[in-house]
Design a protein around this ligand. Structure first.
Ligand code: ADP
Ligand code: MG
Length: 358
């Protein structure tokens, strides 16, 4: 439904988008994730026809945004980073204005009423936009994007500046739109895309550094590979014993003491369930395991790993220091491993793309 081919955008000497290609299939909800300055808004502005590309092509359902901007734009509802709401208009005036602007042919009253119902602004239609809260303004922006019932919805950081309750509401609205629209949503919050999207594309410094189904990322995250175990006995002996178990990849003692027991973080290699072995091995040595708790993995750390991989040579040194700070003592955490895999896959895809097209 959305096809981006080798898109590049320079602002003078600043390369904001660097030869990116991806497709979004009909009905997919895709998250476009990246740190500030990564190139998300630039990409979205190009694919909605608000900005021209330096090179490359954008097709919306086969229609080229450059050669047929009106035809392509008809299929897109866009909520830019700064919603283009006119503060001195009432919600109703604003929606009618956009209805005219888009040359919408759907029955006006019913259509607008339906949209207001969906985004829950029916009770503020006569209010001036400047008197609305940030959350309501954002919903008015969403309402504007839905006029004309476009099959493709593009939202640029729709939850920035909202309070937690408003964030939940906007996310659930996006999730419901995703049921019968093609949605592309940008954010710098990994949890956000994980909660809403089928697929996550990570962009950094204008390059795509990961593109994977959300379930593949979260499945990797949810696998029971990290536990906190509480074991009685001498710390060094316990660590040596746990380390001796096949499949254990990492052990670390935490600073928690409970009588003669300490807590340890234990990680295993992919696909290995070490819990039974852990229990019997410790028990054979007379070390009582009095607690076992699965510890979740950090999506944030995966994101950081992927983004770090893409640091240019020039800032490798400073980046290295930051990386060490972020990752702490851990040499080879599971998040690092997952991030590595994602990055390698994206790299492979980039290579294939440029080989097939050159
Ligand atoms: P994101 O939305 O991911 O935060 P942007 O697409 O806004 O990133 O910006 C990507 C890069 O392009 C940044 O380095 C930013 O400073 C630069 N940039 C964005 N808009 C302009 C502009 N109008 N003129 C010059 N540079 C710009
Ligand atoms: Mg942006």
């Amino acid at each position: 439904m959305i096809k981006i081919e080798r898109l590049t955008k320079n602002y003078g000497s600043n390369l904001a988008v660097d030869d990116i290609s991806f497709e979004v299939g009909a009905g997919e909800t895709v998250g476009f994730l990246g740190p500030n300055g990564a190139g998300k808004s630039t990409t979205m502005n190009i694919l909605t026809g608000y900005l021209s590309a330096s090179a490359g092509r954008v097709l919306i359902d086969g229609v080229d945004i450059l050669s047929d901007p009106i035809g392509a734009k008809k299929m897109i509802g866009y909520l830019p980073e700064q919603p283009p709401v006119y503060l001195d208009m009432t919600v109703d005036e604003y929606l009618n204005f956009n209805y005219e602007l888009k040359g919408c042919k759907l029955p006006r009253e019913e259509h607008l009423a339906e949209i207001c119902d969906v985004v829950k602004i029916s009770d503020v239609r006569r209010r001036l936009i400047k008197n609305l809260s940030k959350g309501y303004r954002q919903r008015v922006g969403v309402a504007q994007a839905l006029i004309g019932n476009p099959p493709v919805i593009i939202f640029d950081e729709p939850t920035v500046g909202l309070d937690p309750k408003q964030i939940i509401e906007i996310r659930s609205l996006i999730r419901s739109l995703g049921k019968n629209h093609t949605v592309l949503l940008s954010t710098h919050i990994l949890q956000e895309v994980a909660a809403v999207c089928d697929r996550i594309i990570i962009i950094n410094k204008g390059k795509i550094v990961a593109d994977a189904k959300t379930e593949n990322i979260t499945r990797a995250v949810d696998t029971s590979r990290r536990f906190n175990v509480k074991v009685c006995g001498n710390q060094k002996d316990v660590i040596d014993t746990i380390k001796s178990i096949a499949g254990v990849s990492y052990v670390e003692a935490l600073a928690q003491k409970d009588g003669d027991a300490y807590t340890y973080t234990v990680e295993s290699e992919p696909g290995v369930d070490i819990r039974k072995k852990l229990f019997f091995t410790l028990s054979d040595k007379g070390m009582a395991m009095i607690g076992l708790e699965a510890v979740g993995m950090s999506l944030e750390d995966i994101f950081i790993t992927v983004v770090d991989k893409n640091q240019g040579e020039s800032d490798k040194k400073t980046a290295k220091y930051e990386r060490q700070q972020r990752r702490g003592r851990r040499q080879r955490s599971i998040e690092n491993e997952i991030g590595d895999t994602l990055y390698r896959e994206a790299e492979q895809r980039r290579r294939e793309q440029s080989e097939s097209e050159e």
